[in-house]
Design a protein around this ligand. Structure first.
Ligand SMILES: [Ca+2]
Length: 261
């Protein structure tokens, strides 16, 4: 989850196999399959009206972007809300209480359709802050699920890199590569990007880590038509100063465009 802390035991990691009729997603957002994981809050496991909080680390970024996907099904759901909390009351996470230095950024009430919905919020502040994601239930039937949570240091949708492969040109299986070197630190990182893959026989978009022009691991892959819209991806990668990340777009049979940025 790219640095987020689950300080409420009520938020658990699960997947689509635990979906019950009328509540909970049958697939995660990242991989769109039953085994892909997401965080969920099950109404049955918590006391109604008790808030259950997930929190980001404290950061001090003038411009930030919070993005995530959520799924809310079941009559026992009350709401899902996003707050920022400024750094004046730091302390043990177990002692978090409602306090005046919290500001609500976003909230969604009640049950929705059986779909993953996207949220993207630009946060601008000079002070250190953390993000709180708070779920509340009202009855025993319901699941609130969240996936691909990302808090990044830039305004939402900054177009730093852009790659385009036109599938109507060139041969089948021709490819395009976008490599990004200059990862300045070591350790876990969260790579975010947007991709657009629309059309029949779309081909593939693959993300690798590489060192000295040699691929080390495949960290993400998407193939086929993903709809006529930009899709957001957040991928955990392990980086070192000598490791690059590399996108490869492979053309399919179709005559449509594949883009990433
Ligand atoms: Ca996921």
């Amino acid at each position: 989850m790219c640095g987020w802390n689950n300080n409420s035991v009520a938020w658990k990691i699960g997947n689509g196999s635990r979906a019950k009729s009328g509540t909970g997603p049958t697939h995660d957002h990242t991989f769109k399959n039953e085994s892909g994981s997401f965080l969920y809050l099950d109404s049955q496991a918590v006391n109604a009206s008790q808030t259950q909080i997930l929190q980001s680390p404290f950061v001090q970024w003038k411009d930030s972007c919070l993005s995530f996907w959520y799924h809310m099904r079941g009559s026992g759901i009350r709401n899902l809300s996003i707050y920022i909390e400024k750094n004046s009351t730091t302390g043990p996470s177990s002692t978090i209480t409602k306090s005046s230095n919290r500001t609500i950024l976003w909230s969604q009430e009640g049950e929705l359709d059986d779909k993953w919905y996207a949220v993207e919020i630009t946060i601008q502040t000079e002070e250190a802050f953390r993000v709180l994601l708070e779920g509340t239930t009202i009855g025993k039937t319901g699941n609130i699920a969240v996936d691909d949570i990302k808090l990044s240091k830039y305004s939402c949708k900054a177009d730093d890199y852009y790659m385009h492969i036109d599938a109507s040109l060139g041969n089948k299986n021709s490819n395009a590569i976008l490599r990004h070197a200059g990862l300045y630190r070591s350790g876990p990182a969260c790579l975010t990007f947007w991709y657009h893959m629309y059309g029949k026989d779309m081909g593939k978009l693959i993300l690798y880590t590489s060192r000295n022009d040699e691929r080390i691991t495949t960290v993400w892959c998407k193939s086929g038509d993903q709809g006529n819209n930009w899709n957001f991806a957040a991928v955990d990668v392990e980086v070192c100063p000598d490791v690059s990340v590399e996108f490869e777009a492979i053309r399919g049979n179709g005559g449509q465009n594949l883009q990433t940025r």
